[in-house]
Design a protein around this ligand. Structure first.
Ligand code: FAD
Length: 474
């Protein structure tokens, strides 16, 4: 009798477990609803696959929606209309230069081979490009701007119109593999407090973003970034990195995670950032001294600034430079002034007093810099241009004078899982992990040791689309 009760209880337990554990089967499961995941979902669905996209937050967009919306492409109709001469060859060279040749050439080449098609494909999905400008690390304007809300909404609407099932509040927790092999067959997820198994007949695309919100991972890989502000998507906690790691995925570019220089120390969003130095401003520390060639990539400037006393510096400029800088979409100086974030004075002495910098130092620094500007080269910090080889140095002479306090901010982690040019995940022994693909900030290898503006969302859309096409083709 007792035995019968035990058997019955076990049966009831099994049945109730079965009732709560759901299993759903589709062709492709995509993890993450930012630029990479939505691009992958669209591409796979366009190829006829049934697709489920899992997003752990109650909203889509990740870091993408918070971003400056700059996406780098070369050779577009928008550039041609404005007389901008650019090419994939120049873009490739500048990406490798910015990455100090630490980038994986095949991945940079795959970016180049797919970038122009992806630009027009995004337009077909309903994405609207509104402007083109020059960002860090590029010698010609190739940062194509989108309104990030329009961008995410357009990609989500396009995906849904193709039948993609977008599930919010659904967190992927584990990649499932065929017993005895590393072949990925699906994802275990948590939805409304329940475990759900999503089986993927063709494969899984990891597009879960970076780990800028995970202080443990940041500490592990880049302890020097402990002093930098973090301003990334709430879901950027390295989940995908850990899931792929568990299967032996290799990782690349981790030592090169850097902070972007130009954020106001009390800034809350990217709207509190200014890159006035690319229009001619100089950067000084609390002693009123320059410490960096301001024309280099804003992430390399970030490294130098974080090493200064108090991890703070000031962008110093005059009325002429201010007028020029306001043309840059990433430098909303008028708004920053309205928010009271910019110091302004009629003389350099008064400005120095406002920011608590020794006046004689600031004056001497500006005088020396002006003499360098006259000769076209600064032997002190090595500045020979305004931004990555373009633009001549300008003197700081016309009052009023301005100071914008700035520090480094983490906008992304850039390094991550190793993939090949088909977005297939590669393990620590150089072998493909079958049926596992990755794209976007969860991956590494494209940026190497440095980042050019617009190539992080660029990497997300280009490799997201590649992943979506590969998962249905393989
Ligand atoms: C303020 C700011 C400004 C920036 N400006 C630019 C710029 O102008 N140009 C540029 O190129 N780059 C910029 N970047 C970097 C760029 O935005 C990101 O690298 C890029 O958007 C990443 O896209 P993604 O799709 O890989 O990740 P995300 O957009 O972060 O999307 C990942 C998604 O996955 C979800 N997710 C995470 N874990 C799970 C899980 N376990 N289960 C389900 N879902 C999960 C997240 O919630 C998130 O929605 C900026 C970043 C920031 C923060």
């Amino acid at each position: 009798m007792k035995k019968a009760v035990v058997v019955l209880s076990i049966l009831v337990l099994c049945l109730s477990a079965f009732a709560s554990a759901q299993t759903v089967e589709v062709d492709v499961v995509v993890i993450g609803g930012g630029a990479a995941g939505l691009s992958a979902a669209n591409a796979a669905a366009e190829g006829g696959a049934s697709v489920i996209l899992l997003e752990k937050m109650p909203f889509l967009g990740g870091s993408t929606v918070l971003s400056g919306g700059a996406i780098s492409f070369a050779g577009t109709d928008m550039q041609k209309e404005r007389g901008i001469v650019d090419s994939t060859e120049l873009f490739y060279q500048e990406m490798m230069r910015e990455g100090r040749n630490k980038n994986i050439p095949e991945l940079v080449q795959a970016y180049m081979d797919n970038q122009l098609d992806t630009f027009y494909w995004l337009k077909e999905q309903g994405v609207e490009f509104v402007d083109v400008g020059q960002g860090g690390g590029m010698s010609v304007p190739r940062a194509h701007y989108v309104n990030t809300v329009q961008f995410i909404n357009a990609l989500a609407a396009a995906a849904e119109s193709k039948g993609v099932d977008i599930l919010k509040n659904t967190k992927a927790v584990k990649l499932l593999t065929e017993p005895g092999t590393k072949e990925v067959i699906g994802v275990l997820a948590e939805k409304d407090g329940q475990e759900v198994t999503y089986l993927a007949r063709k494969g899984v695309v990891l597009a879960s973003g970076g780990f800028g919100r995970d202080s443990g991972l940041l500490e592990k890989f880049v302890p020097v970034m402990a002093g930098a502000m973090g301003m990334v998507g709430a879901g950027s906690t390295g989940d995908g990195l850990r899931m792929a790691w568990e299967l032996g995925a290799d990782i690349v570019d981790m030592p090169y995670i850097k902070a972007t220089f130009g954020m106001h120390p009390e800034g809350k969003t990217i709207d509190d950032l200014a890159l006035t130095y690319y229009s001619g401003a100089i950067i000084v520390n609390q002693n009123g001294e320059r410490f960096v060639d301001e024309s280099i990539n804003y992430k390399a400037v970030g490294d130098a600034a974080l090493a200064q006393p108090g991890a703070i510096a000031y962008q110093i400029y005059d009325a002429k430079i201010r007028a020029e800088a306001t043309k840059d979409p990433l430098t909303p100086l008028f708004d920053l002034e309205d928010k009271g974030m910019v110091y302004k004075a009629d003389t350099l002495e008064e400005l120095a007093a406002l920011i608590d910098v020794p006046a004689e130092n600031l004056k001497a620094t500006v005088e020396r810099y002006n003499s360098y500007a006259e000769q076209g080269f600064d032997p002190e910090c090595g500045r020979a241009s305004l931004n990555a080889g373009s633009g001549k140095l300008v003197k700081i002479t016309e009052g009023p004078f301005y100071a914008f306090p700035s520090t480094g901010v983490i906008f992304g982690t850039y390094g991550g899982i190793l993939i090949d040019s088909s977005a297939r995940v590669i393990d620590v022994y150089g072998k493909v992990i079958p049926s596992l693909y990755a794209a976007g900030e969860v991956t590494g290898g494209v940026h190497g040791a440095g980042y050019m503006t617009g190539t992080a969302v660029g990497k997300a859309v280009i490799f997201g689309r590649i992943a979506g096409l590969s998962v249905i083709a393989d």
